[in-house]
Design a protein around this ligand. Structure first.
Ligand SMILES: [Zn+2]
Length: 375
């Protein structure tokens, strides 16, 4: 195993610790920003360093099409190409591909490029090869991401195929400096989630992604499915809840034993002018911010909040100045990373229950409050 997790603190099912790889180490639980096409949109790798990002996620689907895995490999892999020394995790490409209504068979999946309509094919083996070329520290096995809602028959079929593909990916994996994670599917059927986790764990991966959640199902269905999967995964391996990044899901995921998260939410919201704050989400375009000399969030320690007012940032946003998207992305990422730091510190201090209650009070208030929440 090229990747090791050392758990140094526990609070209930929650864990905090250090993951070590040939590249170095990162602290968990951690939030991984998404660098879709080789960069977190509007940012550079130097910005990520300043923000203290430990792991960035790269999208195999986009990078294999543009500029192509061969090109990235020749230019030093994703680390050399993007001049980034931190950890990189690449997804398998499956999530994007399955959103394009591809042709799937037992051997793999055929899809069309969103760039030029050309036809491409991914199999468990080619997904491993492409990710070897991209050179991430952690790669993901190709899975079949089941859309929700789906019938039990469809979920079972995709689960069986995902397990078969995971076995093939594990067998095809050969780079000793690169870890590979398997992915648990199973929709919101609890027994199928457990079965998927059990069978994927039996193959023996260095970590486990829990995929196919937060795809539109309500939270009261997502969390039991997550628990069913986690109960079957080995304690000493990292667990990664894929595509989830809102404050309640982060703390509830950690409370159940998740170590890693990725999500486009903070960066996407930022580009559209929605700001994450200790008091909840706020839309910067609101007239109330037009002459506000206050920072985005008075409790935030980021470089944007230290320097610029809501009025100035709102002005940039209203005149479509690209700097607005960049600065709001920096704030939202810094805010989310600080939240993860707070969650991690609470696990270490044994005070996660209090933090869960605080986060729920702001981000998940009783239904009657919902209509007054500023979104
Ligand atoms: Zn800030």
């Amino acid at each position: 195993m090229t990747l090791q997790l050392e758990i140094t603190a526990r609070d209930g099912a929650a864990r905090a610790g250090t993951v070590t790889t040939p590249r170095g180490s990162y602290q968990v639980p951690t939030f991984m920003p998404v660098g879709t096409r080789g960069a977190v949109r509007t940012l550079a790798s130097s910005d990520l360093e300043e923000l203290g990002v430990q792991v960035v996620l790269g999208n195999t689907y986009h990078l294999m099409l543009r500029p192509g895995a061969d090109t990235v490999e020749r230019l030093g892999g994703i680390h050399g190409f993007a001049a980034w020394d931190g950890h990189v995790l690449t997804d398998s490409g499956g999530f994007q591909v399955f959103s394009l209504a591809p042709r799937v068979d037992d051997d793999g999946v055929t899809f069309r490029s969103t760039y030029d309509g050309s036809s491409h094919r991914l199999t468990p083996e080619t997904a491993v090869r492409v990710q070897e070329q991209l050179g991430a520290d952690i790669q993901m096995a190709l899975d079949v991401c089941t859309p929700l809602p789906s019938t039990r028959e469809v979920i079972q079929r995709d689960l069986t195929r995902t397990v078969a593909w995971a076995e093939r990916a594990r067998a095809a994996h050969r780079r000793p400096d690169q870890a590979i994670f398997g992915i648990v599917q199973g929709g919101t059927e609890l027994d199928l989630r457990a079965e998927s986790a059990r069978r994927t764990a039996a193959i023996g991966f260095e970590g486990y992604g829990i995929g196919g959640l937060s795809v539109g199902e309500p939270r009261h269905e997502m969390l039991p499915a997550l628990e069913a999967a986690l109960a079957e995964l080995p304690d000493e391996r990292p667990r990664y809840l894929m595509g989830v990044g809102d404050p309640v899901a982060l703390v509830e995921g950690v409370a159940r034993g998740v170590d890693q998260f990725d999500c486009v939410l903070p960066t996407r919201l930022g580009r559209h002018g929605t700001v994450l704050t200790g008091a909840g989400r706020t839309q910067l375009r609101r007239q109330a911010n037009a002459e506000s000399d206050q920072p985005l969030d008075p409790t935030c320690g980021c470089a944007v909040c230290a320097r610029w007012s809501r009025a100035y940032l709102r002005h940039l946003l209203m005149v479509d100045e690209p700097t607005a998207a960049r600065l709001l992305t920096i704030h939202n990422l810094a805010w989310t990373l600080a939240l993860m730091d707070q969650i991690r510190a609470a696990v270490i201090a044994g005070s996660l229950e209090q933090l869960r209650a605080q986060i729920a009070a702001v981000w998940d208030p009783p239904r009657v409050e919902d209509s007054r929440r500023v979104v």
